[in-house]
Design a protein around this ligand. Structure first.
Ligand code: BMA
Length: 362
């Protein structure tokens, strides 16, 4: 009898040893709830393509320029989908989609949040996104001559995003941030090439279509560039409360001007006030200073923005752009003159890297 119990006990031990136990249940709440609970406790720091490559390295497990400089991973991980719609195996910046999937799942399993941008090639003639004069949008909307080609693109995006599953086959929650910087004139979905109504229809159609494919873990960010100064201007392209969860802003321009931080703060105040009324989240969805020539930019400029009291209380995250090479990077790498300053900013109590984010969630 005793022998049987011992045998059973050993079997149980062996069996439970084979189970893959997630570090913690990170999906207890939806991503929106998680971000709402965080409000006022800290601003998540994010970096585009952080786990894929940095200055002088690529695809090294456990590497990250943020980790190299600041001693921890970012709390938010940005990824880019451009190229997926043409069924390419690598995105427009050379990141293999298979790798992106693995790294995004890993990031989520560590407690981080993933956000996906999309610079699609045109469904009409496959020119890249940076064709601000190309009239594409009205031709890909329902009824347009290239609508089916657009649906085909969306199918590729839906397939990739719905395949993001953790080791327990649970869908990975994520932020999708399509059709960004529409108030600028550089993209084919921008101010020069479509009307606000066409734009809103495009945005609504995209999200409805993807939700129709069952992407229940997706939340959506709206992110104009920084040309607005009033609520009306900010909302000119806004596709609707039923579509958007995060009110964002991309802002590189102001943060390279003298005294630009105050301009950026004023604009963040505009979207924060709207977010409060609409019960939405607010974020600085893209920023950075290319090559970081100003060795104090992180603490004195970005830091001044993030330490503004209204911003501090209401901003969910800030994300800086990618570290492609020594000629194109936004976060300093070890040995760079701005590295110590960036580390200083990221060590401040209200700016959260991955470990601090996980501590707060406990
Ligand atoms: C831009 C640059 C480009 C890149 C694009 C999409 O800001 O970094 O090199 O292709 O983003 O990621």
């Amino acid at each position: 009898m005793i022998k049987n119990f011992i045998l059973l006990y050993i079997l149980l031990l062996l069996f439970s040893g084979c189970q893959v136990t997630p570090k913690k249940d990170i999906y207890g709440k939806t991503l929106i709830d998680e971000l709402k609970l965080l409000k006022g406790k800290g601003i998540l720091f994010g970096h585009q393509d952080d786990l894929a490559y940095g200055v002088g390295w690529e695809y090294l497990e456990g590497e990250s320029d943020v980790m190299r400089v600041a001693g921890d991973f970012p709390a938010m991980f940005g990824w880019e989908l451009g190229g997926l719609e043409l069924e390419h195996e690598v995105n427009l910046d050379g990141v293999p989609f298979q790798k992106m999937d693995e790294l995004a799942v890993w990031a989520c399993e560590q407690g981080g949040i993933n956000t996906f941008s999309w610079h699609p090639f045109s469904p009409i003639d496959s020119v890249n996104s940076w064709h601000g004069d190309s009239v594409v949008v009205k031709h890909i909307l329902p009824g347009g001559a290239y609508h089916e080609q657009f649906n085909h693109q969306l199918n590729q995006v839906a397939a990739f995003l719905s395949n993001l599953k953790d080791q327990n086959r649970k869908p990975v929650p994520f932020i999708f941030r399509p059709w960004h910087e529409m108030d600028g004139d550089w993209f084919w979905w921008g101010a020069k090439a479509c009307t606000p109504d066409e734009y809103k229809t495009l945005f609504r159609y995209t999200i409805d279509y993807l939700r129709g494919k069952g992407l229940s873990e997706m939340i959506v960010a709206y992110s104009p560039d920084c040309t607005f100064s009033s609520e009306e201007e900010y909302l000119l392209w806004y596709p609707g409360d039923d579509i958007v969860d995060i009110l964002g802003m991309d802002n590189y321009y102001d943060l390279k001007q003298p005294d630009g931080e105050n301009r950026a703060i004023r604009k963040l105040h505009v979207l924060i006030e709207i977010a409060k009324t609409k019960n939405k989240l607010a974020a600085l969805t893209e920023t950075g200073l290319e090559l970081v020539p100003d060795s104090n930019w992180y603490t004195q400029t970005l830091g001044a923005v993030l330490n503004d009291s209204l911003v501090k209380q209401n901003l969910s995250y800030v994300m800086v752009w990618r570290n492609d090479s020594e000629k194109h990077f936004y976060f300093p790498y070890p040995g760079h003159w701005a590295a110590a300053d960036a580390k200083d900013l990221l060590s401040q109590p209200g700016i959260l890297l991955l470990n601090e984010f996980n501590q707060i969630k406990k």
